[in-house]
Design a protein around this ligand. Structure first.
Ligand code: DGL
Length: 275
């Protein structure tokens, strides 16, 4: 069991920012990553669709005998975490709770901003998670959909990125927040630009880093951390175009991806596994 891999899924390649943090913190853990590149983006789709996709992704990873599942996608964490968690026999970690915890620990003024996809922001998941932890903290949100294609294009610190960030973040600046949650897999790539626009008084919370810490805690609590100290196995699966994933994924993962295979997901009717 301890040597079994950690499963991670995302709507595409953005979740590699989460895998990067997990690999940095837990260098001996084996991992299987699934990027649903055929159906990306998740950020503008309905809850029902995201829940259905998430079950299909989880089911694929379970076939690889994973010992723990990480939902790296913020949108999928926002919409599907609870249902996946109650249906699966293994621990399931999303990125929202860890990000919310880190934000409540970081804020001094009790004014926290959250940026994410349209779906994540509409779901209110970060706001509820923060309210549950610290009822006095005030939250302010902003969807930043253009950050996703900018990150994938590698336009993370040119004038277009800076202007886009300035336009999206202006309302949050007015609210006088002192902490800003980067609530989307792609946003860590724009960290420098976002920091520049927000100014030095605003602390940025990277949900990917916070989720990796949560993975470490959960492995220890359940006594399922890998005790073997050898080079880990890293498998990558995508539902479309492994070539593009390998090419663009490098920027998100921080180093070359060895290989990626095509995954065939069982198209399930949502809810079937509960019957
Ligand atoms: N992975 C998604 C998220 O973190 C961003 C990309 C998408 O919209 O699918 O919400």
């Amino acid at each position: 069991m301890k040597e079994n891999p950690i499963g991670i899924f995302d709507s595409g390649l953005g979740g590699l920012t989460v895998l990067k943090e997990i690999a940095g913190l837990l260098p001996y853990e084996n991992t299987v990553y699934l990027g649903d590149t055929a159906r990306v983006p998740y950020g503008n789709k309905s809850k029902d669709t995201i829940v259905r996709y998430s079950f299909e992704n989880a089911r694929f990873l379970l076939r690889h005998h994973i010992k723990l599942l990480v939902i790296a996608c913020n949108t999928a964490s926002a919409f599907a975490l609870e249902e996946i968690r109650s249906a699966l026999p293994i621990p399931v970690i999303g990125v929202i709770e860890p990000g919310a915890k880190a934000a409540t620990a970081a804020t001094r003024t009790g004014r926290v901003g959250i940026i994410g996809t349209e779906g994540t922001i509409k779901s209110g998941a970060y706001c509820s998670a923060i309210k549950a932890l610290a009822p006095d903290v005030k939250t302010f949100t902003q969807a930043c959909p253009l950050f996703v294609p900018l990150a994938e294009e590698g336009w993370t610190d040119n004038s277009i990125a800076i202007d886009t960030a300035a336009a999206y973040l202006a309302p949050l600046k007015k609210f006088g927040i002192d902490t800003l949650v980067l609530g989307c897999t792609h946003y860590p790539l724009l960290k420098k630009t976002i920091a520049r626009v927000m100014g030095p008084g605003v602390k940025l919370i990277d949900s990917a880093e916070a989720a990796a810490q949560e993975v470490r805690r959960t492995l220890a609590e359940n006594d399922i951390a890998n005790s073997q100290k050898s080079a880990p196995s890293r498998r990558f699966y995508v539902t479309d175009s492994p070539e593009r994933f390998i090419k663009v994924g490098r920027t998100f993962f921080g180093k070359e991806l060895s290989d990626a295979e095509l995954a065939y997901l069982e198209a399930l009717e949502y809810g079937k596994e509960k019957e």
